[in-house]
Write a protein that binds this ligand. Structure first.
Ligand code: DGL
Length: 303
């Protein structure tokens, strides 16, 4: 903590709000929980309206703003938009709306790519909406205008992950690293087909610009080969989050007992719990349902 900061015990104990269109953001929540074991987390997954990546930007902006309002009403100290699509569409809108700080995953993902690349040729695998928004190219060029960025829309990867999660076949694998699980010959073939345009661009780094995609890291590595480094924003976002809370004097106290709560628009809490526990890497003990009516009542009220 900076010397002038006096910790506010109440504020420090407040949870970190984490939002995603569904389950993918749990890859980020997992990294946060590992790096910051004293912190409480309040996770919202808009599973019922997932996928966001094939929606319009206006829709995603409105849904993300609703989630921001919901998290603020549930007293979070900071909001992490753990969804690239929502970050690309709504980060500045939600930052303007809320009193608490809001961070996204694209600037951290861009930073991770910049730190990794030597050839300065970087691929971005993301949903149609994220690639189409140009948000990654902008974020990468803000750090290094000389890097060449090759976007590759891969919304079908979200469907693969959601489909595989729905089968439940992975649940006994909870403690394994994700990359080993969704790695079948069929998935490898589909992934190879989608990333094929990137294989021709002589990239040395690919950023997983969708929080679902770390679950397909194995097949993505297999398709792109050993010379391409696969980076994701989860760890880098956690570093940024940690630094913001540290400088604001808002980290949870040592020895604080964290509470991890999960809220979803899914009607099937058992399915969310099973798939979510696998991605989060530990059982989701506290899950609640949020109705779309409740979220719709929190539509954007711009300042
Ligand atoms: N998890 C979202 C992301 O990071 C994508 C999933 C979706 O399309 O809703 O972009």
């Amino acid at each position: 903590m900076d010397s002038m900061e006096v910790p506010d015990i109440t504020l420090n104990a407040m949870p970190i709000g984490v939002f995603d269109s569904g389950l993918g953001g749990l890859t980020v929540a997992r990294a946060i929980a590992r790096a910051l074991p004293n912190e409480s987390i309040y996770y919202v997954g808009d599973t019922k309206r997932c996928p966001y990546g094939i929606r319009t930007m206006d829709e995603v902006r409105s849904f993300t703003a609703q989630a921001g309002r919901w998290l603020e009403a549930h007293a979070v100290k900071i909001m992490v938009i753990a969804c690239n699509t929502a970050t690309a569409s709504a980060l500045s809108t939600v930052q303007t709306m809320l009193d608490v700080p809001v961070i996204g995953v694209i600037a951290p993902g861009a930073r991770a790519a910049i730190h990794s690349t030597r050839s300065r040729r970087v691929g971005v695998l993301a949903t149609e909406l994220t690639v189409g928004s140009g948000a990654y190219a902008k974020a990468i060029h803000a750090l290094d205008a000389g890097v060449q960025v090759f976007g590759c829309p891969a919304s079908s990867f979200v469907e693969i992950v959601e489909r595989e999660l729905a089968t439940g076949a992975h649940v006994h694998e909870t403690w394994l690293e994700h990359a080993d699980v969704f790695d079948t010959p069929e998935i490898r073939a589909e992934v190879a087909r989608v990333v094929e345009p990137l294989s021709r661009e002589e990239i040395d780094t690919v950023v997983l610009g969708c929080t679902h995609f770390p679950l397909l890291a194995g097949p993505i590595r297999a398709a792109l080969g050993d010379r391409v480094r696969v980076v994701s924003s989860a760890e880098e976002t956690t570093l940024e989050l940690t630094e913001i809370l540290r400088r604001r004097g808002q980290l949870a106290m040592d020895g604080a007992v964290p509470e991890h709560r999960f809220a979803t628009t899914s009607d099937n809490l058992a399915e969310f719990a099973a798939a979510g526990s696998f991605i989060f890497g530990q059982p989701l003990k506290s899950i609640e349902h949020i109705s779309l009516d409740e979220l719709d009542s929190l539509t954007i009220r711009a300042r």
